[in-house]
Write a protein that binds this ligand. Structure first.
Ligand code: HEC
Length: 688
């Protein structure tokens, strides 16, 4: 039995349950969203409040009693892929998404399923997702919830029944756009971005009418082909920071995750992604800042009109997105009350910016950073170490494309005045791809991945950033680390802080932890049998406080970590805790240790180096760097499918498993190239 309470089913019960939502449900409107900071019963929007602090005033669970936190209920999804969603909780019902953009409504007190909605994303679409077929959650307005599906649809669902109210295609289906991020709603406008920077797309964010799905405005983050005319005066100006024929590669700048809103200033803030391709030399002839890549942009939510921007990494060339979580807060800095915006983007600096004007206040690196000579104290503009640009020579640079911080949400506690960052120590080998060709069905980054990064030339001491994960408590006024928790394994999890002076965070080894917000001492920990990556939520119903998280290991987020040997639950899962909870997780079925395939008769032919190169270009994004995978996607070194040439060909060229997200690559690779990839994989299996 996969579903908790799965005995409860049948049309009659379903009708009764959905009536239960309808009876309790009140509309989500502007007044309710503006009052969210003091609303303890609900979790109404992605970051809990428009300022996205992910701080709850609830203190029923606190440092004294957190040790008694026990499982209240759990609910298993029907997918093994990555889970990254933040659930919403409205009027006693929880609305949560799983991999493949499915939406589930659960009774928030018991985990009982109320309804489910499957948008039926086609399996082959998985190839356009850089980092697994994940989804980060829904938004709510009126009596509806809204989900962005992987294939670019924005879908409105009736909150009581899960029935589809409308659906619009927000992207060009012939291009390799995906949606993984959660929509936000401001004044009845559903704001949605998209992803695809590695695949060759042009980023934008759009607003749709919550009533009927009508497109109201669209803001492109990078200019298109000047020949076609500019979408706005501001993009005409931005185009002066671009060179070459960037539009052929899309340019990038996707808005795939973070947004925040200030109702007083009436400004919407969006985090803009990396360049497409990553390599600035290929994308823009090595010249120009490339606005608005890697920037935070403030827009008027009524019209999508540009107000200001701050670029965290000009001339981006390392996949340094600024799509990381944006938090708004009011702080006193140098004796002055400031309305600030905080972000810890991939480039390794913690930025504090004036959110009314976009003016740089200050920044400090929160991990080892080797790409820059430092930031201009007035403007925040970074100087770049010339070798880090890998124009002539390859270079090891810290941080790498996973970032010093990825999509895992941060939190800010007004109680401790600290920001908490799920940080990563990473570095990466960047080598200019002389043979770069823009290809369908592959990653298009313009960067070669090394088989032997240990011997690559390191920019400063980049190599010392070996892939650790930390929880950092960061003072945004003094710009200094206050405490840290070091994790053994790479990969990290999102955060929640509470007035109980607690910080909750899951880890990739399947533990859910609570730390003292002031000291970082671990006060509670519970095995949930799978990695927790997303941000936990909390709410109070019938005088009981619940803390909820999603467990389920994802795609590329964990490349290079060592989780694979551990047994874990097969399916993604929602876990809910309360004081004195009485539920228990099922026993794990013991997993047999992995054995390498018998490759004695594999007879794979071809150049292993070429095989590695094509593997990296076409397969790595899903199957892991150097074919080491710890996720739900198979580790090919251990796959029996690499033993037989014909079986391998059937999967890799003909696409016999396309419905599971493993499409055929016949149009991207010749049979000889596929055989070379097999030879490369066999060489790795032999070495195990
Ligand atoms: C978009 C993600 C993605 C990409 C890119 C991708 N794969 Fe896969 N692959 C998958 C998934 C998901 C499965 C598991 C399918 C299933 O459940 O049957 C899989 C399964 C396989 C299997 C079967 C393994 C087994 O033991 O069952 C082989 C072999 C394979 N892939 C080879 C490749 C090769 C070679 C490449 C590059 C040419 C590649 N894949 C690129 C997602 C991907």
């Amino acid at each position: 039995m996969r579903q908790f309470h799965s005995a409860i089913s049948g049309a009659l019960v379903a009708v009764a349950l959905t009536q239960l939502i309808a009876a309790n449900a009140a509309e989500v409107d502007a007044a309710r969203l503006h009052a969210a900071p003091s609303n303890n019963a609900d979790w109404l929007s992605h970051g809990r409040t428009y300022d996205e602090q992910r701080f709850s005033p609830l203190a029923r669970i606190n440092q004294t009693n957190v040790g008694e936190l026990k499982l209240a209920w759990f609910y298993d999804f029907d997918t093994t892929r990555g889970q990254e969603a933040t659930p919403l909780v409205i009027d006693g019902a929880m609305y949560v998404t799983s991999a493949w953009s499915k939406v589930f409504a659960l009774d928030a007190r018991t985990g009982r399923e109320l309804w489910r909605f499957d948008p039926k994303v086609a399996g082959p679409k998985a190839i356009d997702a850089c980092c697994d077929v994940v989804n980060r959650g829904v938004a709510a307005w009126g009596n509806r919830v809204f989900v962005g599906a992987l294939d670019g649809r924005l879908i409105a669902l009736d909150r009581a029944t899960g029935a589809q109210a409308w659906s619009v295609q927000t992207t060009d289906p012939t291009k390799r756009y995906t949606i993984t991020g959660a929509p936000r709603v401001i004044g009845g406008k559903v704001i949605i971005g998209n992803g695809g920077g590695e695949m060759g797309v042009r980023g934008y964010v759009s607003a749709y009418d919550a009533n009927d799905g009508k497109l109201l405005w669209r803001f492109y983050t990078v200019p298109g082909n000047p020949k076609d005319g500019f979408d706005s005066a501001v993009l005409e100006k931005a185009a002066k920071t671009w060179h070459g024929e960037w539009w052929k590669y899309g340019g990038g700048g996707t808005v795939w995750d973070s947004m925040a809103y200030d109702p007083q200033l009436d400004l919407l803030y969006i985090g803009v992604g990396n360049g497409s391709p990553w390599n600035h030399r290929i994308r823009s002839n090595g010249a120009g800042d490339n606005l608005f890549l890697s920037s935070i942009v403030a827009l008027k939510p009524a019209t999508g009109e540009y107000v200001w921007h701050f670029q965290t990494t000009p001339a981006e060339s390392w996949d340094f997105t600024a799509t990381q979580h944006i938090i708004l807060a009011d702080l006193t800095i140098d004796g002055r009350a400031r309305q600030v915006l905080m972000q810890a983007p991939k480039n390794g600096f913690f930025f504090v910016i004036d959110r009314a004007t976009g003016e740089f206040i200050h920044a400090k690196n929160y991990v080892n950073v080797t790409w820059t000579t430092g930031l201009d104290p007035k403007t925040g503009r970074p100087g770049v170490v010339p070798e880090a640009r890998y124009v002539r020579e390859p270079a090891m640079v810290a941080p790498g494309p996973l970032g010093a911080h990825n999509w895992y949400p941060m939190t800010f506690s007004p109680q401790t005045q600290l920001a908490y960052i799920p940080a990563l120590e990473t570095s990466n080998y960047y080598q200019h791809d002389d043979a770069f060709q823009f290809l369908e069905r592959t990653w298009n980054t313009g960067v070669v991945v090394s088989r032997d990064p240990a011997n690559a030339k390191s920019v400063a001491d980049a190599a010392k950033s070996k892939g650790g994960a930390m929880l950092l408590a960061w003072d945004p006024v003094a710009q200094r680390e206050v405490w840290r928790v070091n994790y053994q394994r790479a990969g990290n999890g999102g955060l929640l802080s509470t007035a109980g002076s607690l910080v909750f965070q899951g880890s990739v080894d399947g533990m859910f932890n609570a730390y003292a917000a002031d000291t970082g001492v671990r006060l509670w920990s519970q095995d949930v049998q799978n990695a927790i990556l997303g941000g936990p939520v909390t709410f109070e119903l019938d005088d009981e406080q619940y803390v909820v998280a999603l467990a389920g290991i994802g795609g590329v987020a964990l490349a290079g970590s060592s989780v694979g040997s551990q047994s874990r639950s097969e399916f993604g899962r929602v876990v809910a805790f309360k004081l004195g909870g009485k539920a228990a997780l099922p026993a794990l079925i013991a997993t047999t240790s992995r054995r390498p395939p018998d490759v004695r008769r594999a007879n794979a032919e071809g150049d292993i180096e070429v095989g590695h190169r094509n593997y990296t270009r076409v397969c790595m994004a899903c199957h892991g760097e150097n074919a080491s995978s710890n996720t739900a996607i198979p580790d090919l070194r251990y796959s029996n499918a690499i033993v037989e040439r014909e079986a391998f060909k059937a999967i890799v060229i003909d696409g016999v498993r396309a419905d599971k997200g493993m499409v055929g690559f016949g149009s991207a690779l010749s049979p000889a190239e596929v055989e070379e990839i097999r030879a490369y994989l066999v060489s790795l299996a032999i070495a195990l």
